[in-house]
Design a binder for this molecule. Structure first.
Ligand SMILES: *Cc1c(COP(=O)(O)O)cnc(C)c1O
Length: 387
């Protein structure tokens, strides 16, 4: 539907160039190595390792494939159980389902919409192999509690840090807290390369096998380092490494990570400040972040009072040229989740919040007057609504 006025459409997201992306891509092409693991991939890996104090980072083609690698590295096999929130992207679950695991969905906290650490232990059985915390909106899960549970029950912790790149928990970067983690550089995330991701390995015992799985099950990485004199098939694997074009684009973004983060923080803070009066009047709920979590302004969402109000606000914004979008259909209530035994009604917080949540436009190039238009339009929507 086109907006009813002459103003330009404010998209939900817009990919952007911040610095040397196109220059680096041409360098990659002219440099004579366009396949994976060239100079730009190595630079990205090193940048991420140093900045976040991670033991090992390997770029992947997406966060989805990075989680798939985690599932293989964790040795997940048919019959194993994996604990995760239902309020997450399909890839969190698919990666483990592909290995034959059964997913145990656990409810979320009403404040952060993250896995409720108090409900995890009740979901653990003899078959449980791993806990997968998802850092929603770049706000960390309660990692001390989760790591403690994992230690006592001898479970792996695999962080889905797709949204959590450059965010911290008690001063440590998300993605470096579990045994393994996955980042996303999809165009909707903070630092982008179109499609793209990274596997983070904090437990050095997994590094060698990760390199093999990522290179189609061959020991090619060792071969390139001169550690073996020919490379061959040694394990299962797939093609999980991105082209140098992707890495070149990403490296230019990482170089400007502080600029990008500052800009996103300005957008986030402005929404929070401008929409606070509507929260005070009881119309909506703004995101919150515990003091030990320093988030990365990945997302700005509001939670409306009812699903009906949310479903009315979306077309109201659209008619005013503003694209705002809801987020996950809880996985346990999706067709695939239901076919795996998901029971509607079993996760009350998830099912209560999901239909009321709305994400507002939030991207690097979002202009102040456009953001003002979003705020004023939401205010206008509530004029005449009773609080
Ligand atoms: C974006 C996202 C993914 C998938 O990332 P891709 O890089 O697109 O594969 C997985 N999990 C969560 C929580 C995400 O937000």
């Amino acid at each position: 539907m086109s907006p009813s006025n002459q103003e330009s459409v404010i998209p939900f997201n817009r990919p952007f160039i911040v610095g040397k992306e196109l220059f680096y891509i041409s360098q990659a092409v002219l440099g004579g190595k366009l396949a994976g693991d060239g100079m730009f991939t190595k630079r990205c890996n090193a940048w991420l390792e140093q900045k976040f104090a991670a033991k090992k980072v390997l770029l992947t083609t997406s966060c989805t494939t990075a989680i798939e690698m985690c599932a293989i590295l964790a040795g997940i096999s048919p019959g194993d159980e994996v604990i995760m929130p239902s309020y997450t992207f399909v890839s969190t679950a698919n990666a483990f389902v592909l290995r034959g695991a059964t997913i145990r969905f656990v409810d979320i906290r009403p404040d952060t919409l993250n896995l409720d650490e108090k409900l995890i232990e009740a979901a653990i059985t003899k078959k449980t192999k791993a806990i997968v915390p998802v850092h929603y909106a770049g706000v960390s899960c309660e990692m001390d509690a989760i790591l403690d549970i994992a230690k006592r029950h001898k479970l792996m912790v695999i962080e889905d840090a797709a949204q959590g790149v450059n965010a911290t928990y008690k001063g440590r970067y998300l993605g470096t807290l579990g045994n393994l983690a996955a980042y996303s550089f999809h165009e909707t995330k903070n630092f982008i390369s179109g499609e793209g991701g990274a596997l983070v390995i904090n437990d050095p015992g997994y590094i060698e096998r990760a390199e093999i799985i990522r290179e189609k099950g061959t020991n090619r990485s060792k071969f390139f380092r001169g550690e073996v004199d020919k490379y061959t098939w040694v394990d299962i694997g797939s093609s999980y490494l991105p082209s140098e074009i992707i890495a070149a684009f990403l490296y230019a973004q990482l170089e400007e990570a502080d600029v990008i983060t500052r800009k996103r923080w300005a957008i986030y803070s402005y929404y929070a400040e401008q929409l606070a009066p509507l929260q005070d009047r009881g119309f909506l709920q703004l995101p919150s972040s515990p003091p030990e979590c320093h988030h990365n302004a990945h997302m700005f969402y509001i939670v409306l009072r009812t699903a009906e109000e949310r479903d009315d606000l979306i077309p109201f914004l659209r008619q005013n040229g503003i694209q705002a979008v809801f987020h996950y259909i809880p996985l346990h209530t999706s067709p695939m989740g239901l076919s795996m035994g998901g029971k509607p009604g079993s996760l009350p917080v998830t099912e209560n919040i999901a239909p009321r949540l709305l994400r507002l436009p939030c991207y690097f190039e979002l202009e102040k007057d456009h953001q003002d238009r979003v705020v004023r339009t939401i205010e206008r929507f509530f004029q005449g609504h009773r609080n």
